[in-house]
Design a protein around this ligand. Structure first.
Ligand SMILES: Cc1ncc(C[n+]2csc(CCOP(=O)(O)OP(=O)(O)O)c2C)c(N)n1
Ligand SMILES: [Mg+2]
Length: 335
């Protein structure tokens, strides 16, 4: 019988000081890592595409904090460095992948958009908009089939949401009660196209209605609201009720990729988000009310900067892949 039950309304997560400090640290790591990646790109050390996650940190950090590495799986598009950092993957091997070095997580052959770590249950890193939705639904089928209790967290954007394969996936996921959380990161733009220009139904959490998939909308600039929604979604999927959609209202501060003329939005709009809705500033203010001092926050900043400096140094000094690696990992088998 089709499911008509609704998930409960998510509540803002009541974090302890230590939990919020951890979220703060992880968001700051993503911010500083991405800033450094932007600089390395400018210096010509990173080739190809590079999509930064700056502004959206609370989504990956809040969601990943509720997942179980080793049991659950995660898949996303090309804006993937932040998700990997939030999943606890070593910044050094991510940065080395960006600079195309053999020590990179995809041996320096995947670059910014194609990073994987099966060990962490991280299945990429996909350049084809929307492709990760059907793949993520397949990963959920694997969890169900093998009875491993895992859930697949499938991220995609407000642009990907208009892709046809998304709806074929929704249909199957609901029909088979697959354990998948569809996390829509609505940062209001798909390259230079605003959601108003592209979507006849801009309330993206409703996109599962014709498949009877419940959806909730959450402030994606508030890490505790994100974590609260993650708890509801996990309870729903883990108890066998099938898929759920969460729409995160978020914003990217930088261009779509490093080569973006940014003519489709005003500076004032970006400034407003940076000044009034920044997820890291918000967490810092909340930590201060919990008794964390400015000095303690500065010490964390220093600690994070050191990690990023070390990752950048590693990524610049590590050797490039051998020429003999050019034809490896192209096909699973040799023909
Ligand atoms: C199938 C396909 N069509 C078009 C593109 C070109 N493209 C790359 S990113 C992008 C926009 C996607 O926007 P969104 O889903 O909102 O994700 P965001 O970049 O905002 O994270 C497009 C159209 C592509 N990579 N794949
Ligand atoms: Mg978008």
């Amino acid at each position: 019988m089709p499911n008509r039950e609704r998930p409960q309304d998510p509540k803002r997560f009541k974090a302890t000081k230590d939990q919020l400090l951890q979220f703060y640290r992880e968001m700051l790591l993503i911010r500083r890592f991405e800033e450094r990646a932007g600089q390395l790109y400018g210096l010509g050390l990173i080739g190809g595409f590079c999509h930064l996650y700056i502004g959206q940190e609370a989504v990956a950090v809040g969601l990943q904090s509720a997942m179980t590495v080793g049991k659950d799986s995660v898949i996303t598009g090309y804006r993937d460095h932040g998700h990997m950092l939030a999943y606890g993957i070593d910044p050094k091997v991510i940065m080395a992948e960006l600079t195309g070095r053999a020590a990179g997580i995809s041996k320096g052959k995947g670059g910014s958009m194609h990073m994987f770590s099966v060990e962490h249950g991280f299945y990429g890193g996909h350049g084809i908009v929307g492709a990760q939705v059907s793949l993520g639904t397949g990963l959920a089928l694997k969890h169900q089939y093998s009875g491993d209790g895992g859930v697949c967290l499938t991220y995609f954007g407000d642009g990907a949401v208009n892709q046809g394969q998304v709806y074929e996936s929704f249909n199957m996921a609901q029909l088979w009660d697959l354990p998948v959380i569809y996390a829509i990161e609505n940062n209001k733009y798909a390259m230079g196209t605003s959601i108003e220009r592209s979507s006849s139904e801009p309330l993206l959490y409703k996109r599962g209605e014709s498949f009877r998939i419940p959806g909730i909308q959450v402030d994606g600039m508030d890490v505790l609201a994100v974590r609260g929604a993650a708890e509801v979604a996990l309870e729903w999927t883990r108890s066998g009720k099938g898929p759920i959609i969460i729409e995160f209202l978020t914003y990217r501060y930088r261009g779509h990729s490093m080569s973006d003329p940014a003519k489709y939005r005003t500076r004032e709009e970006v400034q407003d988000y940076r000044e009034h809705h920044d997820p890291i500033d918000r967490a810092a203010k909340e930590l201060e009310t919990m008794g964390v001092t400015e000095e303690e926050l500065k010490a964390i900043d220093k600690e994070i900067k050191d990690i990023v400096v070390e990752a950048a140094k590693f990524s610049e000094e590590a050797p490039e892949p051998e020429v003999s690696e050019l034809h490896t990992d192209v096909l699973v088998e040799t023909y």
